[in-house]
Design a protein around this ligand. Structure first.
Ligand code: HEC
Ligand code: HEC
Length: 299
């Protein structure tokens, strides 16, 4: 309501609201006033069916009429106490923002000592504590599952956190750093530099590293290309580099898919997976619990 640019619209809405409520009260009064006078005597509408079946027009029962008046009184009382009439804030000063802030403060008071207790413990010790794991799981479902899946099993482009294959390392400190500061995978595009044939050859070499189906002649050609273009990041034998998050290409675990088509696409266009930093968003204590939870999934 406070978004109105001028007080005219606030007044306009307030007047319509009040006229509406008072109009309803007046209407009930006008309709029922005449009826009260002939209380007890049945009035007929004049409609007759089957010769002697007449339609009665009985007055509303009193309790029913009073329900209308009580609702009108309630509506007016509500509009005095709470915001609802144009930009009038209500005499109680209630706002949903204020209520939210109070709830957050209350929750903080309740959970902070618990979070602080875990923050003082080693991540491995926290991971062994069932209560802490449960809190960690709740946090994970709220903040992480939209990308990593509610079971942390991952999806194409979003790593599985349950296995023991790590882009950036699976020690507690690695996981904590990942969540705190985020990560940006940088696989450059090689389409322009290698051309279609070069990409296809090196893709077949990559496939050969994990024993997947490949064309041996192409793979042989690709081996030399790999040594000059890829080994710097993925290692001379293709086992990867956790400092820059270059995946191990010799296991059967694929972040972006292990079909020839997917690997060709990865190499041609490059990939840049981004794990958002949670330091400012969640703070150290929650990240500590999350790191412990993630660690516990594979240990
Ligand atoms: C917007 C999507 C997104 C959200 C939200 C997200 N992640 Fe990630 N996460 C990623 C991506 C993408 C990667 C892989 C980064 C890369 O490709 O280099 C990743 C990587 C990771 C890794 C490293 C895995 C490895 O193999 O080293 C961990 C651990 C992780 N995320 C935990 C979390 C936790 C805990 C949360 C919740 C606080 C979270 N992520 C929220 C997208 C997300
Ligand atoms: C600058 C370092 C760098 C170079 C050079 C590089 N890569 Fe990568 N590569 C990465 C990183 C980092 C990722 C992960 C990208 C992400 O997390 O989004 C990756 C991902 C991949 C993947 C996807 C793996 C999966 O699990 O889906 C393949 C395949 C790959 N690279 C092959 C190659 C090949 C072939 C070359 C050489 C032509 C190459 N890379 C050169 C850093 C590099």
């Amino acid at each position: 309501m406070s978004d109105f640019v001028s007080s005219f619209w606030s007044g306009y809405v307030a007047v319509i609201t009040l006229v509406g409520i008072i109009g309803v009260a007046l209407f009930v009064w006008i309709v029922t006033a005449g009826q009260a006078a002939r209380k007890g005597k049945a009035d007929v509408t004049g409609h007759v069916w089957d010769e002697d079946l007449v339609e009665l027009n009985n007055p509303l029962p009193d309790w029913w009429r009073w329900m209308f008046y009580i609702s009108v009184a309630f509506a007016l009382g509500y509009l005095v106490l709470y915001p609802g009439l144009g930009s009038f804030k209500g005499v109680l000063g209630w706002t949903s923002h204020k209520e939210y802030r109070e709830e957050v403060a209350e929750a903080k008071k309740q959970y902070e000592p618990l979070f602080d207790k875990y923050l003082k413990q080693d991540i491995k010790a926290v991971a062994a504590d069932p209560e802490a794991r449960q809190i960690g799981q709740h946090l994970f479902l709220t903040y992480c599952s939209q990308c990593h899946g509610s079971d942390a099993g991952g999806a194409t482009g979003f790593p599985n956190l349950r296995d023991n294959d790590w882009l950036y390392g699976g020690e507690p400190e690695n996981i904590q750093t990942t969540i705190m500061n985020g990560r940006n995978g940088m696989m450059p595009p090689f389409g322009p530099a290698l051309g279609q044939d070069g990409v296809k050859a090196v893709a077949n070499y990559v496939l050969s590293l994990s024993g997947a189906r490949h064309d041996a002649a192409l793979a042989l050609k690709g081996k030399a290309i790999f040594a000059t273009n890829c080994a710097a990041c993925h290692g001379p034998t293709g086992t990867g580099n956790q400092f820059i998050g270059a995946p191990n290409l010799t296991d059967k675990i694929w972040l972006y898919g292990g079909s020839e088509k997917a690997v060709v696409e990865t190499i041609t266009k490059g990939r840049s997976g981004a794990m958002p930093a949670q330091k400012d968003n969640l703070g150290e204590a929650k990240v500590h619990l999350l790191a412990a939870y993630v660690y516990s999934l594979s240990h």
